[in-house]
Structure formats: structure tokens, C-alpha cells
Design a binder for this molecule. Structure first.
Ligand SMILES: *Cc1c(COP(=O)(O)O)cnc(C)c1O
Length: 420
């Protein structure tokens, strides 16, 4: 159904109901002022044009009101995080009480493991996917050590088979069948950052729970990309960042999900701070810690409002575009990218991301056999912003909010040029 021509790509853009959303973003340019082909939203999402206005309003309220802004700002700072919750909950498929924006991803992962990784002498192992993002691996290993376990023994890797690039669910089943009663926690990236493989969340949760394990997900590459349906999946917890597909700026705050079955469970251990305390008595400052029910109860500090203003700007764009519309475009856009790469008909190229749209988000990971980083440099010089992972993988992520079919077409032409 696709065609390998610029005219066809332009025709797709002309009939794309979401095409105008590109105008809501700043598209980076080269020195001559020409737009780059930006396919790196999996690493850092582009800036919505209204973000600076959202931040400026908070700076203005701070200038005019000082501390009174906590209650008197147009969007009062005391409950500011609450203005993000409903939109954020929709994006991850959760109830508002299950979601909070706070801290950053790795910090939230640790906080969640404090509560949901409660090892005993016989049940202490943690399973992660073998090519997990380094920060997740460091976090999990350090939790094992913190509780006195040796990661060599306590960390189980769910790995692709020899000669394969993707993880098979049946191999996770085999791990659980063998060691399920020694495993305390499954902590899996919903969408793997390297291969682009999206995992079946509900099946993983059911499998883990059948064996008495806690199950958590890292949605860094899933949020704003796939529909994780967290509540329905039954996951115990999840964490994510907002600077990749959620376009909220470098190092912006992270998000956290705690399933409602844990909302009132006061027996869970947790690291606490005053922002997790009952809002009615928080400022009495003398009370025993009385946690807010639900995800908000895990908050530690009063949050950075300027960063939250950027998140509010971005979530507004998602509300307007609609998540299911975005996903529909995403499947077509990435399908077109896949079609064009296949059309290159180059024996050196292997798409390692699953071919099935249900098992991936927008990213394709393209292995170029016998290539080195100079290929990536050439692509960059040709005006393509992509991401290189050693030893030989280019990751490209056409983002349905701001990338066009023309972007994808241009990428394929420039990739062909630099491969020659
Ligand atoms: C981007 C990413 C991170 C980054 O963690 P920060 O704490 O936000 O720096 C961690 N894990 C995964 C899977 C990621 O993709």
C-alpha cells in the first residue's frame, strides 16, 4: 500500500489529520536555517512552542507574589502537581489516584523498590530484561546489595536466545517455572530502549503474580508512545520520565504509578517526606507521618514548579491530539519507515525491532552490519538527528506528534546515500 516516492510521502502528510501539530513544536535547524530530520524523540522530545509561556507565567507569579504564590498564583503551587494528574493518568491508562509526577525516573525506581522489593532469605531475586537501560540495572543491583545479596546470584537476566535480538515470553515463563519461588520482583522495561521491543505487560504481570512476585515496569520508552494500560495490566508499580516522548524538557520530572490495591496499605515500607503527608495537616509540622492514600503518598519534596509548568504545556498538546489518534498515526508512520528501509534492499541492514506493530512503539532499531560510528556521523552531517548504540545500531523514532511522512522519506534517501 505504501509507495517509495516523495510525492506519496507528501500526499500522506496532506491527508494526515494530525499534520498541523508539527507547527506546535520548534524543529531544530542547521546553520543554513533548514529543518533537520529529527528522529530522536526517544532520547529528547522537541520543545512545544507554548512551553516558554507556561514557564513565564510562573516566573511572573513568583515575581509578583513571592511566597503567596503557593496559594494565590493563577495555578497555585501547593497543589500544582494535581493539575497534571488527570492527563498523565490517561496517557498511562491509570486512575488519577494511581499516578503522581515527582522526582526523576531512577529516584522513583528506588523509592518503588523500597516499598515493593521486600526480600526474604529464600525469596530475594530480581528479574530484568538482559539489555535493560544501564540506570535500571545499576538501581536493581544496588538494591540487591543494599539488602545484603550478591547480584551475581540475585539478578536474573531475561535474555534473547543465542543469535537472536528479542526476548521471548516463553523464556520468561521458563525462568519463573524454575526459580519462581526465589524471585521477589520482576522489573521490566515496557519498551526496550535498545531493540524497541514492547512487552505484553498484562501477561508478564499475571505470570509474576501467579508465582507470588511483585511486578513493576519502567515506561521510559513506553509513555507517550504505546498505550500501557497500567491499571488493567495489574502492575504493582511503574516509573517513567517526561523528557523523551512527553516533550517536557531535559531532565524534567518523572512519573510514578502505584496500583490502587496498594493505596491504603500502610504496612508497606516506604521512604517518606513531608509532601507525602496528609494535605490537611502537612503544615502543622508536628504530626506523626500520615501518608496520603495512593501514589501521592510517595512524594518527598515540594516539587520544582518551572519543570511542572513545562509538563503541563506538553500534556495539553497530548490532550488535544488524543492518544488513540497518535497511536494510529504512529503505526502508519513507522510502518512507512519500515517499508522504505526494506526497499533499500541492502544486505547489511537488519531491523532488529519486532515486525509486528503490537510489539513495538514508534522506534525502529536498525543494525548495519560491519558499520561503525562514522556512519552515524555521516548521517548527522546529512541533516539527520538519530541515535547510535555500539556496536552497530542506529535507532530512529518517528514521533507522530511532530514527525512527517516526508521526514521519514528524507531519512531513507539520506541513509541510502551514506551507505554508498
Ligand atoms: C531514559 C531512561 C532512564 C533515565 O533515567 P533518569 O533517572 O531519568 O536519568 C532510565 N531508564 C530507562 C529505561 C530509560 O530509557
Amino acid at each position: 500500500m505504501f509507495e517509495n516516492t516523495l510525492e506519496y510521502a507528501k500526499k500522506c502528510d496532506a491527508t494526515d489529520p494530525l499534520a498541523s501539530f508539527r507547527n506546535n513544536f520548534f524543529i531544530p535547524t542547521n546553520q543554513a536555517g533548514e529543518e533537520l530530520v529529527y528522529l530522536c524523540g526517544n532520547s529528547l522530545g522537541l520543545q512545544p512552542k507554548n512551553t516558554s509561556e507556561y514557564i513565564r507565567l510562573e516566573l511572573e507569579d513568583w515575581a509578583n507574589l513571592g511566597v503567596e504564590g503557593h496559594t494565590e498564583a493563577k495555578h497555585p503551587w501547593l497543589p500544582y502537581h494535581e493539575f497534571l494528574t488527570v492527563s498523565m493518568a490517561k496517557i498511562v491508562g491509570a486512575k488519577p489516584s494511581e499516578v503522581v509526577i515527582m522526582n526523576t525516573l531512577t529516584t522513583n525506581l528506588h523509592l518503588m523498590m523500597v516499598s515493593f522489593y521486600q526480600p526474604s532469605a529464600s525469596r530475594y531475586k530480581i528479574v530484568i530484561e538482559s539489555d535493560a537501560f544501564p540506570s535500571d540495572k545499576y538501581a536493581v543491583e544496588s538494591q540487591l546489595k543494599f539488602h545484603g545479596f550478591d547480584p551475581e546470584d540475585g539478578l536474573i537476566l531475561w535474555a534473547p536466545r543465542e543469535g537472536e535480538d528479542l526476548c521471548r515470553f516463553e523464556d520468561l515463563q521458563a525462568i519463573m517455572a524454575e526459580q519462581g519461588d526465589e524471585i521477589a520482583l520482576l522489573m521490566i522495561g515496557s519498551t526496550n530502549y535498545y531493540s524497541g521491543q514492547s512487552f505484553p505487560l498484562k501477561k508478564i504481570v499475571d505470570l509474576g503474580h501467579d508465582h507470588g512476585c511483585m511486578v513493576g515496569f519502567d515506561l521510559a520508552h513506553g509513555v507517550g508512545n504505546i498505550a500501557p494500560n497500567l491499571h488493567e495490566s495489574g502492575a504493582d508499580f511503574a516509573v517513567w520520565c517526561t523528557y523523551k516522548y512527553l516533550n517536557s524538557g531535559p531532565g524534567s520530572l518523572g512519573g510514578c504509578f502505584v496500583h490502587e490495591r496498594h493505596a491504603n496499605n500502610n504496612t508497606l515500607k516506604r521512604f517518606a517526606g513531608w509532601w507525602g503527608h496528609n494535605k490537611q495537616t502537612r503544615f502543622n509540622m508536628r504530626h506523626e507521618f500520615d501518608n496520603i492514600p495512593g501514589a501521592e503518598g510517595w512524594q518527598l519534596s515540594n516539587p520544582p514548579i518551572l519543570s511542572m509548568a513545562a509538563i503541563r504545556a506538553s500534556l495539553g498538546v497530548f490532550e488535544e491530539a488524543g492518544l488513540s489518534n497518535l497511536r494510529e498515526k504512529s503505526i502508519k508512520l513507522t510502518g512507512y519507515l519500515e517499508f522504505l528501509i526494506d526497499k533499500l534492499d541492502d544486505d547489511r541492514i537488519v531491523i532488529i525491532t519486532p515486525r509486528n506493530a503490537e510489539e513495538r512503539g514508534c522506534q525502529l532499531s536498525i543494525q548495519v552490519l560491519a558499520a561503525d560510528k562514522s556512519l552515524h556521523t555521516k548521517l548527522t552531517n546529512a541533516g539527520v538527528i538519530s541515535d547510535w548504540r555500539e556496536p552497530d545500531v542506529i535507532r530512529v523514532a518517528p514521533v507522530p506528534l511532530y514527525n512527517s511522512f516526508e521526514d521519514v522519506y528524507k531519512f531513507s534517501v539520506r541513509l541510502k546515500e551514506v551507505l554508498q
